[in-house]
Write a protein that binds this ligand. Sequence first.
Ligand SMILES: Cc1cc2nc3c(=O)[nH]c(=O)nc-3n(C[C@H](O)[C@H](O)[C@H](O)COP(=O)(O)O)c2cc1C
Length: 386
Amino acid sequence: MKLTRRDILKLGGVTLIAAVGGSIFRATDQGMFSAGQGVAYEAWINWRDATNPLERIVAAGILASNPHNSQPWIFRISESMIDLFAAPERQIGVIDPFRREMYIGLGCALENMRLAAEAEGFKADIRLLPDPTTELHAASISLTESAPATSPLFEAIPQRHTNRAAYDTTRSVDESTFSGINALVTESTVRLIWMRGSSSHKRFGEVAIAAAEALVADEQQSMDSHKWWRQDWDELQENADGITLDAQGIPPFILGAAKFLPDMSRSSNDQSFVKNVRDIYIPSAGAFGILAVNNGKDNTQRLQCGQVWQRIHLWAATQGLAMQPLNQMTERADRESQLGIEPEFGNAIAELIGDKNWTGIMPFRMGHPTTAASPSPRRGLDQVLG
Ligand SMILES: Cc1cc2nc3c(=O)[nH]c(=O)nc-3n(C[C@H](O)[C@H](O)[C@H](O)COP(=O)(O)O)c2cc1C
């Protein structure tokens, strides 16, 4: 049975399901009726339930932003200490050949844990890369008791989701938002550069689109990205990681229809990714920014950049604003450097930053949402405590 979009609109939910008969099994298989549910999403609901406060702090860390939802982390708890380790087996291949994104993601987890530690009544003394013999030991958090201090950023932890939908083009980002965000960039090694002039805004968009095209044209990058695509509901529930259909910001009705279709092939996924960057992410963005550090290869600075990103994104959630990292240009710059080829995107980012003392490592867009973003799966405490 072939249904046009119009038929589908006319039929709506339950009737549609009856109309496609046997496809109901497929819809169930794809989690059509249970978006955001199941064991893979429990971490968003039970993050404050553990009896041990240190486990509750780790549970907050798990909910952080991270590259391709690879959750490249292991946490170790002792009496008054939490150690955060990188999980190199969860590196996203040549999308992140130098682990730039891995360390930014670890910094994001660290920021959530810092906020949770304060809320739990601890002063958190954070040491970045505390072990000179291994950079896999990303941070140690030493906890001493103090008065509990919850903040709006802490409360926003379960509300923050990456929003990949179109943003509202009728509403611009106001001055107080830029200054509110600028005030959150307190690390001296991190700087936020906004693309506020019309030419830099336009140029950012051009570079992002060209980078998306270059990324999918690179067979290995395309394959390494696709490894984290989770369309099959059982696979999603089992792995509790990766990028899902539900997290694409697709309008609910089209999302339902998409779940009837066979799993997207790598090439159709690549095509729709480039189309989304070109037709949705760039034209509907209210603002573009790039977080930069002095030394883009320094893991301490990458961790600090991650802390800033998480803080900004949490703050945006408190303001009802939407955010999405757009890392294709940095992923291409890293890949160029790995392959030793002409630094087309490396140069383009340097030009956008316009100051050779700073290297852009985390580009993003923001704006007013048109659709609420959905949660992404998370591995639970039992899977990340080492
Ligand atoms: C270093 C880093 C790079 C990211 N790059 C992108 C990106 O290029 N495009 C995108 O849509 N999301 C990107 N994200 C967002 C992640 O995909 C997202 O955080 C993850 O899937 C978990 O979803 P959540 O943020 O909704 O919890 C990035 C996140 C981090 C920390």
